[in-house]
Ligand binder design. Structure first.
Ligand SMILES: [Zn+2]
Length: 145
């Protein structure tokens, strides 16, 4: 951490004519400043990485068979579910209603019948509240019966 009072101290040392001591203190401050700049750059990269991971998890969709990655209005994929679940890797599978075999893990996906309606997409990373209101629980119990 850079101490602002040290800059005042440097100024006072120069005013008193103690140039050697002032230069020494200034060099110390300079190396601390450079070190802090390096730390800021490193932390900015880390924040960018976390931001990318967050964006990725918010836009990764599982349709019951495959994973899809949404980028704006475009849906990329399909991606192998096993590779994504086990290794966190997106391995693209062939498009269309054909038999798909993952080149990485070898999992075979049977051809899916063409859907007439839009697939129900489930987003990853859903937040489950720790405290649910009693009204909601009664509703869920009633729906389960
Ligand atoms: Zn796979």
């Amino acid at each position: 951490m850079l101490d602002y009072s040290k800059f005042k101290e440097v100024h006072e040392l120069f005013l008193k004519g103690k140039n050697r001591e002032a230069k020494h203190l200034l060099k110390e401050l300079q190396s601390k400043y450079i070190s802090l700049c390096d730390q800021v750059s490193s932390l900015k990269l880390q924040v960018k990485e976390y931001d990318d991971i967050l964006h990725f998890s918010e836009n990764l969709i599982f349709d019951g068979n495959y994973y899809w990655l949404k980028t704006g209005s475009v849906r990329h994929g399909p991606f192998c579910a096993d590779c994504c679940n086990d290794e966190g890797m997106l391995v693209r599978l062939p498009h269309g209603h054909t038999k798909k075999i993952c080149w990485r893990c070898g999992k075979q996906y049977l051809p899916q019948p063409a859907r007439t309606s839009a697939p129900t997409e489930r987003k990853m990373g859903k937040v489950i509240p720790l405290h649910t209101p009693a009204v909601s629980e009664e509703h869920d119990n009633a729906a389960a019966k």
